[in-house]
Write a protein that binds this ligand. Sequence first.
Ligand SMILES: [Zn+2]
Length: 359
Amino acid sequence: MEIYSMLDIIGILGLPFPKHGESSYYIQCPCCDDPRDARSKHLNINLRKNVYRCPRCGLSGGMFDLYAYYENIPRKNVYNEIRKKMGKLQEPSGTPKKAIPIVSQPVEEIENPIIDVESRHATYSALLSKLNLSSDHRENLRNRGFTDKEIEKLEYKTTPVMGMSSIAKQLRSEGYYLEGVPGFFRKDDGEWTFINEKRGILIPVRDYKGQIQGLQIRRDNTEKRKFRWVSSSDMKDGCKAEGWTHLAGPISEKIILTEGPMKADVIHTLTGITVLAVPGVNTLTQLKLTLEILRKEGLKNVKTAFDMDLLTNYHVQNGFNNLLQLLDDMNFKFGTYIWDPRYKGLDDYIWESLMNKKR
Ligand SMILES: [Zn+2]
């Protein structure tokens, strides 16, 4: 039996190929996307798992299902059709014809792929508009140097403690997608809901257009792993957040690169300088993609500003070296901000200096 991959099927069907190195990408969904709108792409092709799924309409399956759908033929005929098209039907004479086993991919095991950023932004914005910011959280943010106006603009909110099913229901009735949006999942009764996390501040993580890519939570009363992604990866029909970067401020020739979206918002608010944040120095995949976009838009100079414990923590140091290597490989000018090591982060240092000036 010949072994085919999703890429073979895509080639035969004449569908768009992925960009170099991508193992998961989107094409137009033949079921629900408007063919006149070339930007509308909801069908996720996963080359690693050889599966596809549209988080919008639910069309999904393995590579043979994809072929059967496009060519409108019974699935059991697919294998022979593909062999014919691949020019491999010449059986050596005398070989007994055997039934060809086709292993069917159990569709329910396919994890929900993340929906496009436009849809995520719409859903998260609508979600945040229904939530409040508690007074202790507002106080916490003011103490970092944010004004109320800035807090409102950044859309920081307090994690909801209850009523998530009704908010999810409302969002659905208003036409927002919950499939493929990390944090949302289905309960056993099939109804949609949102994760019930430890109480904390919800932080929108935005791309260079200001669109919300995902949400982080700054959890109350925790020292370990204070910041976490809103994710529903182990839940029914849920999905996993990626290590998205966050841009605070407009794209410019020079930016500061730091760790953590809330820190980036603080530094930008206090200095006016545009700040890009990675979720951690050991997660650089999304950073490379973002830097490629920003470079096209004119970014030339990157100043890194990571916490001073970088100087002592080997694990972090290693990730930091990889990050500098990445900046070098991409031909950016780069340098590192060094500040008074009594302060953990650049934001603390700037804040303290500003306060001293006022005194
Ligand atoms: Zn679809």
